[in-house]
Write a protein that binds this ligand. Structure first.
Ligand code: PLP
Length: 442
């Protein structure tokens, strides 16, 4: 299950990000000597004897029972992402949506309340606002630009505060430390979706967040091949503060275990594993874990290129006569540039602001749609974080269901084009955007 990544014997060295990305949690297979992590495509695992089986079921011994609870290949991914996020433990899930659902259902129940940023990924707005609403968990969405907006919405039944490091598609940057202070002043954990920044550019746990959720489908996997998600626990939240009796009282859902008392700084992850993943079943497959592990080994290299290319594209668009506006936190005149500088790792001496940017094509919605149709190698699809450059017109696709009011609240204008800048040659990306703008503006 989850342990800190084992350093080589005799070493207490604090390894850098790239070394952890390549090595954390993966040791040569003790049976075969295989250097790459094997794909343990097995649903279940043989017990040594009856006593061993009983102690596994009582959570007294760590080991594998059944792949809905844990799997050795999936465990390497979990421990690797925990290592990259400076977390204590992690749990992999079937998708990013499953990860954030698991992160929240581990601590929320019917009658509880969430305060969340209003600028979240559209799927998350649906999950919290509608999906959780049907379960009796209510969410208040607030403008995340002011941390005090989160404070004002907290109620006696609030049990979590939720935000995104970089919003999608607004590419707004959250002041994580300030929102963490608000949450902690009310005895609440801050849950951060760190998908767009990735663990390379930002570690929200170091800024005060308590739980991180990822759609590993995006930058961690990095090649647009594999769905997956990860929940990471920081290990510092005081779950015995009186607001989370399910963490401290015997679990009705699992053998009367007291998760916080028994497992301490990884009790939350154990509860999420046993009470949510095991019970609701949105687990990651070993093959998917293996593919996401492949991605994790080059995360640092790809993120640097995504940042470099996105900044070059943003600067090019800023000076383009057919472009009305550009929004990218890596631009010095972005309202989010100071927060990006404070919270994100530098790439070439400037804040690494990831690969997502938005811009407006002069000529409004029609020009935005025409832009999409005129691209040569930029791919028109609904995803981000791929090695390939991706482009979409939100108002006619992902945000189609929203009325004008809702579009305005989501910050999506009719002319907005979203780019997820890939790692191709930047000259080619600029060429395709330029020729496309030319043809879109007729
Ligand atoms: C894609 C995405 C999700 C959902 O992840 P899936 O892997 O598609 O389920 C959640 N949050 C953000 C910010 C995303 O971009």
């Amino acid at each position: 299950m989850n342990h800190s990544p084992p350093p080589p014997p005799g070493s207490d060295r604090a390894y850098g990000f790239a070394t952890r990305a390549v090595h954390a949690a993966a040791v040569p297979d003790p049976v075969t000597g295989a250097r790459a992590t094997p794909i343990h495509q097995s649903t279940s695992f043989v017990f040594d004897n009856a006593e061993h089986a009983a102690s596994l079921f009582n959570l007294q011994t760590f080991g594998n029972v059944y792949s809905r609870i844990s799997n050795p290949t999936v465990a390497v991914l979990e421990e690797r992402i925990a290592a990259l996020e400076n977390g204590r433990a992690a749990l992999a899930c079937a998708s990013g949506m499953a990860a954030q659902m698991t992160a929240l259902l581990a601590i929320l129940k019917n009658g509880d309340h969430i305060v969340a940023a209003s600028t979240l990924y559209g799927g998350t707005v649906g999950q919290l606002g509608v999906g959780f609403g049907r379960l009796g968990i209510e969410t208040t969405f607030v403008d995340p630009a002011k941390p005090e907006n989160f404070a004002a919405a907290i109620r006696p039944n609030t049990r979590a505060v939720y935000g995104e490091t970089i919003g999608n598609p607004l590419v707004n940057v959250l002041d994580i430390a300030a929102v963490a202070d608000v949450a902690h002043a009310h005895g609440l954990p801050l849950v951060i979706d760190n998908t767009v920044a990735s663990p390379y550019l930002c570690n929200p746990l170091d800024l005060g967040a308590d739980i991180v959720a990822h759609s590993a489908t995006k930058y961690i996997g990095g090649h647009g091949t594999t769905m997956g998600g990860v929940v990471v626990e920081g290990g510092r939240f005081p779950w015995d503060n009186g607001q989370f009796p399910e963490m401290t009282e015997p679990s009705a859902a699992y053998h009367g275990v007291k998760f916080y008392e028994t497992f301490g700084d990884f009790g939350y992850t154990m509860k999420a594993r046993m009470e949510v993943n095991r019970t609701f079943g949105a687990v990651l497959s070993p093959l998917s874990a293996w593919l996401l592990l492949q991605g994790s080994e080059t995360l640092h290299l790809r993120m640097r290129e995504h940042c470099r290319n996105a900044l070059a594209v943003a600067q090019f668009l800023q000076n383009h006569p057919r472009v009305a506006w550009v929004n990218y936190p890596g631009l010095p005149d972005s309202p989010y540039h100071a927060l990006a500088q404070k919270q994100f790792r530098a790439v070439d001496g400037r804040p690494g602001a990831s690969g997502i940017l938005t811009f407006g094509v002069k000529g409004g919605a029609a020009a935005g749609e025409r832009f999409i149709d005129a691209c040569e190698f930029l791919s028109h699809l609904a995803n981000i974080g791929d090695a390939k450059t991706l482009v979409i017109h939100p108002a006619s696709t992902t945000h189609r269901q929203l009325n004008d009011d809702e579009l305005a609240r989501a910050g999506v204008s009719a002319d907005m084009v979203r780019l997820s800048v890939g790692i191709e040659d930047v000259e080619d990306i600029l060429w395709d955007i330029d020729q496309t703008l030319e043809r879109a503006s007729v």
